[in-house]
Design a protein around this ligand. Structure first.
Ligand SMILES: Cc1cc2nc3c(=O)[nH]c(=O)nc-3n(C[C@H](O)[C@H](O)[C@H](O)COP(=O)(O)O)c2cc1C
Length: 248
């Protein structure tokens, strides 16, 4: 069964360090591509929150109350949230990637997490209830320092996955000790542009952790998908019927 992996960069900057490490996760995932014992191709896609306008939740709580589909997904704030949530619903596995900001995720990523209330397993909007449930999740975090708070930010991301009924995975691969929490890296130095040379390629440990995460993410997603897909069928049927046939 084919699987789709979405990477979301919560960096304030497009095309920089966070995206570099998310791409390493994709490379690892592709190593778990189609084989006889593990059938299914792997499709990947990446978006950057820096490209979208997503405003903070105002706690109007209407997403939990409105019963119908026409106001997807937030009845109060008209911004780019639907584009991102559509992408998340499209995926079987989601990699949330951030630069560490003051020892945690960026504000951009936290805003997205809060606005995902509507696709929580607790949503009263039945059609969205299945939301992100049983999707597999991985964390990618990099900062200027090797120990700059990556694990705290990863814990925030893992808590988000748990709150959404997702299945968090880390990067323990056999005897590997590169990254139990996922892809933890160093954005060398002060986030220098990838185009300025291959500074980031020097973070062999970070890259290994990301690749290990990718392999594990793909493996677990292939194991989970047959069940998760059946559960989601009803949702997808509704989604295709009711949501304009836009390109997801
Ligand atoms: C407001 C702010 C806070 C930061 N806090 C941390 C931190 O706590 N720990 C750390 O290691 N790096 C910290 N950094 C550095 C970034 O995490 C680092 O430059 C990262 O590689 C940038 O990723 P990007 O290229 O995707 O933007 C901070 C940077 C900014 C702008």
């Amino acid at each position: 069964m084919d699987i789709k992996i979405l990477g979301i960069s919560g960096s304030a900057r497009k095309g920089r360090n966070t995206e570099f490490f998310i791409k390493k996760v994709f490379e690892g995932a592709q190593e778990m591509g189609h084989t006889e014992s593990l059938p299914g191709d792997i499709e990947t896609d990446m978006i950057s929150l820096a490209a979208y306008n997503i405003q903070p939740c105002t706690a109007c709580v209407k997403c939990d109350k409105v019963g119908e589909e026409e106001e997807r997904y937030c009845p109060t704030i008209k911004d780019d949230l639907p584009i991102v949530i559509d992408k998340m619903l499209w995926a079987d596995a989601i990699v949330l990637g951030v630069p560490v900001y003051v020892g945690d995720v960026t504000a951009q990523m936290k805003i997205l997490m809060d606005r995902c209330e509507v696709v929580g397993s607790g949503s009263k909007r039945l059609k969205l209830k299945v939301g992100l449930r049983n999707k597999v999740g991985g964390a990618v975090v990099q900062g200027t320092l090797r120990h700059g708070g990556q694990e705290f930010a990863a814990a925030t991301i893992h808590r988000f996955f748990i709150f959404k009924g997702m299945i968090p995975v880390g990067a323990m691969e056999g005897h590997s000790a590169a990254g139990p929490w996922g892809g933890m890296g160093v954005g060398y130095p002060y986030g220098s542009a990838i185009s300025k040379g291959n500074a980031l390629e020097k973070d062999e440990l970070g890259i290994k952790a990301c690749r290990d995460l990718g392999r594990r993410l793909a493996l677990v997603t292939k194991m989970i998908k047959p069940y998760a897909a059946r559960e989601r069928e009803e949702f997808i049927e509704w989604h295709n019927k009711n949501i304009a046939k836009q390109d997801l």
